[in-house]
Design a protein around this ligand. Sequence first.
Ligand SMILES: [Fe+2]
Length: 400
Amino acid sequence: MNALKRCWCRIFQGAFRLAIPLLPYRRPEQLPDVASLPGRLADRGCGSVLVVTSPSVANMPGTRRLLDALAAAGISCAVYSKTIPNPTTDTVEEALALYRSGNCQAIIGIGGGSSLDCAKAVGVRAVLPHKPLSKLGGVLKVRRPLPPLAAVPTTAGTGSETTIAAVITDAVTRDKYAISDFPLIPGYAVLDPEMTLSLPPRLTASTGMDALTHAVEAFIGRSTTPDTREDALAAVELIFANLERAYQNGSDLDARRNLLTASFRAGCAFTKSYVGYIHAVAHSLGGAYNVAHGHANAVILPVVLRAYGPAVHSQLARLAQAAGLARPGAGEQEAASAFIGGVEALNARCGIGAAIPELRPQDIPALARRADREANPLYPVPVLMDAQELEQIYRRLLPR
Ligand SMILES: [Fe+2]
């Protein structure tokens, strides 16, 4: 990267870092199971809620349990169960109509990132009835409290239950954009392991590696704070101790619970301290070939960590200790490589390969330009790379 662009990136990131303590980040209240939620909503005077979910999640036993608990608490319930992957503005409007006709006072999102994002967007539209979502893409455009919002994740990875963003696709133009503002942080994150029991091993692995990538990128970036470092270290420790267990035995409730906590804490870390080039490259591969986000992150993670070189050795050595991968008395360089090797070994044990078979060499320059546009200057990465340097990362992802 040339000196001028390098300088601009670091000034931009420095300004954001200085602003972190001034911004109104909140940590959602964590609830251990769905049965705890109705009481919290009743305490806030909510007599009717909208549940936003997808067709498959609507029929899960955990969802039935929540609906029964709401009824027992005297809270009436409208259920929108047609959320699709990559929810559109039409999806949100349909759910909003149900929110209005049911005179709802609170929203519960149950599902992976798509249902949680849809629930957040319904909340935005409920308080800004005259503003279409297309006018709210970007940062800090909502500026109004949302109705009480609870997030019930059914995967342990996206961290959407803690973040300020909802990603929505325009139903007409197919533009995909993020609405990012502090009121979108849910008030409650229900970390109920029974809600993740039906997740198949492949998705357990890829979503867990997404959470690991959130923690690692937040930890090695230049915008960390003491609390995001603590969250990231705890998440890394929990993922290394529990991901393979949950992958091997999907009904291991203890491992499932620990992964939900890891995902939540990794979400708290990256929503303040950002992600980096691993996510930028993964997003470009998701857009071009529909490669699952967590899977792409898992494959890219060791490649980018190696490319960063000595600049991240001390941070990776700390992560290696947290993950139990460093030999006692190991130096920084040795411990850092133990961490990268540990990520590759975890991938292999969870059935994740070391390449992206969909990637075509002729697409690499355009993909690298896209990752460059996403990451620079926003992401406070430990080592700056321009599009040409990022091309080297993509080449290492080609099947051999
Ligand atoms: Fe992610």
